[in-house]
Design a protein around this ligand. Structure first.
Ligand code: TYD
Length: 217
């Protein structure tokens, strides 16, 4: 939760969990209500991680298509670096201006993938990210919980560097997100991601509208 006037919502989950569909449906629902969604310079945009800035997109390329053999700490540092730039350039200014930001992945991906699944430790990876967060945490985080086999099959196409780690790794990622939901029950909510997309979207949309009413963004 941030003390800035805007609202920050992140959507998370394992690979192929349906985040892209859900972030777009949420964005559409919020835009339809006339809310100031996305960065001021790119209204209506869903912000994706890693990326969302020029430096972040280059770091993304290194992370997803770069050399094999990046150590887990290098991976964690690169994700944190991309995020630090995103917070400074995009997230903090948008929230300060009272805008509603929908993020396709944020801090919790690093906690689940690098902290839990890669075994670096959730607290250690949180500590690594904290200096770049400027005290900003999502107001709500929705984790689309799907069977990893279903997710990997859905992801399709040529697998990126992370997807090449396979189903065992994705199972640990899922456990990691479940651990985060238990740790941060007020912020991180598990959503059954194996239902039809409109049903999932209705659940997330209703929860975000309740938050907006409470915050009166
Ligand atoms: P994304 O583009 O969302 O891929 P997908 O659409 O397949 O979910 O994310 C890219 C990959 O980066 C994905 O495998 C998850 C991983 N990732 C991390 O390991 N740590 C992080 O902090 C983030 C943001 C992503």
């Amino acid at each position: 939760m941030t003390t800035l006037p805007g609202l920050l919502v992140s959507v998370e989950g394992g690979d192929g969990c349906g985040k892209s569909t859900q972030t777009e449906l949420l964005r559409d629902a919020l835009v339809a209500r006339g809310l100031p969604v996305g960065p001021a310079g790119a209204p209506g945009m869903v912000v994706r991680e890693p990326g969302g800035t020029e430096a972040g997109e280059r770091i993304r390329d290194l992370l997803l298509h770069g050399p094999d053999g990046l150590t887990p700490w290098v991976e964690a540092l690169l994700y944190a670096a991309a995020r630090t730039q995103l917070v400074a350039e995009v997230v903090a200014p948008a929230l300060a201006a009272g805008r509603v930001l929908v993020l396709d992945r944020f801090l919790d991906s690093s906690l689940a993938y690098q902290g839990y699944a890669r075994g670096l430790g959730i607290d250690a990876v949180l500590g690594l990210n904290e200096p770049g967060l400027q005290g900003i945490l999502p107001d709500a985080t929705f984790v689309l919980d799907v069977d990893p086999e279903v997710g990997l099959a859905r992801a399709g196409g040529a697998p990126d560097r992370i997807e090449r780690d396979g189903a065992d790794f994705q199972r640990r990622v899922r456990e990691g997100f479940r651990e985060l939901a238990a740790r941060y029950p007020g912020r991180v909510r598990l959503v059954d991601g194996e239902r039809p997309p409109p049903v999932i979207a209705a659940e997330i949309g209703a929860a975000v509208l309740r938050l907006l009413e409470a915050r009166r963004v």
